[in-house]
Every structure is written in C-alpha cells, then in structure tokens.
Design a protein around this ligand. Structure first.
Ligand SMILES: NC(=O)c1ccc[n+]([C@@H]2O[C@H](COP(=O)([O-])OP(=O)(O)OC[C@H]3O[C@@H](n4cnc5c(N)ncnc54)[C@H](OP(=O)(O)O)[C@@H]3O)[C@@H](O)[C@H]2O)c1
Length: 362
C-alpha cells in the first residue's frame, strides 16, 4: 500500500475533478503490476495495474489507495474490471467520499466472493484525498496555509523584509507543493513587498498552479513580476467594485482574469472568493499570504491545514510581523488547534504540519 501511495502522488495536482489514486497488483510478495491515475479522462489506477499484470492477475492481490469506483463515469466502473481480471483479494486504503461510490464499490467486489480488507494505511490514504473529500462535500477548495517563521514567530522584519527566512531546501519543497496544488494565493501586500512570481521552478515536468491575488482596489503595480508568465501560469485577481475600470481593462488585455466579488467592509469577501474558486474547479489552494490575509482566512474558518516552517533565526522587535494579524482570541481555550501532526526537517529548518481541528474532513 505504501508503494500504491507513492504511485498516487505522481498524479497529484493533475487529476481534478478526480482524486489522485495509486494501485499495485501483487502475489506472494512479488509485484506484478503498478498504476496511478494520471489525468481526468485517462484510465483509473487499478486499470493500469491490472493491464500491466495481465493474465497474472488471476488469484492475485490488489492494493488500491481508494475504494474502486462502481459507477459509470468518463471511464467504466473499476469494480467490473477487477472482478473480470480474477483478483482474489483487494486491500483498500480508504472508502470513497463521493456519494456516487461511498461503500458501493467495496460491496460490489464482495458479491462474487472477493475478500476485501479496508483501512490499510488509512490515515495517509485519507490525507492524500483530503482536497477531493472537502471539495466533493462542500464545493470549496481545500486550503493549506504555508508560512515561514523565525524561532521568535516572525514572518518578516519590521521593514517588511522576509528574504529569506528558510533554507534553500525548504524553498525547494515549497515548489514541489505548488506543483501539486491547483492554486496558490496571496494578498496584494505580499506582492508589493516581495514581488514574487508564485510559479513552479526547478522541477522536471512541473506545471504552474493558478495564481490568485486578493486585491480589493487593484493597487497591484503593473510592473510586478507576477505578470511575467501569464501565458504559462494563469493569474486571477480577486477584486471588488472599488477597482478602477480602466485598470480592469488593462489587466484583461494582459491575459489576467479579473474577478469582481462582493465586499466585506471594504475588502474582498473571502467566502465568496473561495466559492468562486470552487466553481472554477479548484480543489486545492496553497495560501502563501502575509499576516493580514492569513488572519482573515483563519477567522472565516477557511483554512484546513497548516504547514509552518520554523527557521533557527531570531529577528526580535515588537514591530516585526507574525503569522496572523487580527485581534486573536482572548482565552487560550479558544485558540485554534492543530491535530494529525507531522514534523520533518529541511537543512536547519523544521516543518510542522497539521490539520486545523474544526475543518477536519471525516
Ligand atoms: N514569511 C512568510 O511566510 C511570508 C509570506 C508572505 C508574506 N510575508 C511578508 O508579509 C508582509 C506582507 O504582509 P501583508 O499582511 O500585507 O500581506 P497579505 O496578507 O498577503 O496581503 C494583505 C492585503 O490583502 C488585501 N486583501 C483583500 N481582501 C482581503 C481580506 N478579506 N482580508 C485580508 N486582506 C485582504 C488587503 O489589501 P487591500 O485592502 O488593498 O485589498 C491587504 O492589505 C511582507 O513583509 C512579506 O514579506 C511573509
């Protein structure tokens, strides 16, 4: 199943509206076939693995990260292919949150007597499809907030400088994450301070996520580097009716998608923005914003998971920025908690990751 998970990750960020899935056909410890779902419309992971194993499927075991589908979609039901191939046992990582499947795939496999075991490496299998699970239930993208801070919790100095807090290895990992996410989002404050491109660099076969800038009055300078690669890296600017018409036209001429959204106060209404991104088919968004956007996204309960890089540096000073603006909570008891924690190391930096408790998908 671990191998199936590794295979599935090769499709991450390419499969929407479908989830990333991996599959392995094996017998007596020998691997006979491997597959992953590479792209919507292409065969599912099980089909690739069954095809590779061919006649050897008869009496074999199938390991699949997600319950095989039992309905006719753009491709035929995988359950029928598994049954026809003569597989004896199926090990499933997690059940499908899609109401069209939801246990029916497992039931169908059991009908002709296939032994089905569920829940093998269930936690990482569920984590893999968390964006799909949230999207299919709510229509909203799954949001991972990524931030880099010093040991004293600062994300920039008092002058706004934040290049670079983390090591090259950490930053390279962020490019891998962008490569797997449908969208990457920041506020206009970050674009003005850092002039980022928000593209994927240094990855063979990498592809750019849709870039989203939240800018209520269109104060984004036209000289920003964000406009350099609009052909290869789609750019959405989320604004309000306050944005000057002339600038809207200029941006559209440059190939930028300008989306006018309702306001909350005098800023972009963030729930309306996330609903728009969901309608546009984005299942996952990496939030790489500054403290203002981070604070508002958290306040609106729109953050599902966090990735916090902690670098062994100290900036000091009361005016240096933290991760979240806003008024925060009054009592420790009201603080936002992270669960399902994981830590890893990139050179001298630590990465702490966790699911925001309230927004956990089941
Ligand atoms: N270390 C890190 O991981 C990291 C990451 C990113 C940024 N930074 C640093 O953070 C600083 C920039 O911080 P920032 O807070 O200004 O950046 P930000 O959060 O990315 O952008 C904030 C701006 O977004 C716009 N916005 C539109 N609608 C909003 C809404 N509903 N809620 C919140 N904001 C909304 C606002 O400008 P309008 O009102 O004009 O629309 C707001 O001023 C820079 O110094 C940068 O280097 C650090």
């Amino acid at each position: 199943m671990q191998l199936a998970l590794d295979l599935a990750r090769r499709g991450e960020g390419r499969t929407r509206p479908n989830p990333a899935v991996g599959a392995v056909v094996a017998r007596s410890g020998r691997i006979l076939g491997k597959g992953f779902h590479p792209l919507a419309g292409e065969p599912h992971a099980e089909i690739f693995a069954l095809r590779e194993a061919g006649e050897a499927c008869r009496g074999s075991d199938l390991y699949v990260t997600l319950e095989p589908c039992s309905h006719q979609g753009r491709t035929g039901p995988c359950t029928e292919a598994v049954i026809a191939a003569g597989v004896s046992r199926v090990f499933v990582g997690c059940s499908d949150p899609n109401p069209l499947v939801a246990g029916r795939g497992i039931e169908r496999l059991r009908q002709p007597g296939i032994a089905v075991t569920t829940g093998l490496l269930e936690v990482p299998c569920r984590r893999l499809i968390a964006p799909f699970a949230k999207y299919i239930r709510s229509g909203l993208p799954y949001v991972i907030l990524k931030t880099a801070m010093t040991l004293d919790g600062k994300t920039a100095t008092a002058t706004g400088d934040s290049k670079w807090i983390t090591s090259e290895a950490s930053r390279a990992y962020v490019h891998q994450c962008r490569n797997r996410f449908d969208g990457v989002m920041v506020g206009v404050g970050t674009v003005i301070a850092d002039n980022p491109q928000l593209t994927v660099r240094g990855i063979a076969d990498g592809r750019n996520p849709v870039r989203i800038i939240v800018d209520s009055t269109l104060r984004l300078p036209l000289s920003s580097r964000i406009f350099d690669e609009v052909q290869d890296a789609p750019l959405i600017i989320a604004t309000t009716a306050q944005g000057a018409r002339q600038k809207v036209e200029l941006l559209r001429e440059r190939g930028v998608e300008v989306v006018e959204l309702p306001q909350e106060g005098d800023q972009v209404d963030l729930p309306a923005l996330l609903t728009h991104l969901g309608h546009r088919g984005l299942q996952s968004v990496l939030l790489e914003g500054g403290a203002k956007l981070n604070g508002e996204m958290l306040r609106h309960k729109l953050v599902d998971r966090m990735m916090v890089f902690v670098a062994p540096r100290i900036v000091g000073g009361a005016d240096a920025k933290g991760v979240f603006d806003g008024c925060g909570v009054a009592q420790m008891e009201q603080s936002v908690k992270l669960i399902d924690l994981r830590t890893s190391r990139f050179d001298d930096d630590f990465l702490i990751e966790g699911e925001v408790e309230l927004c956990l998908p089941d």
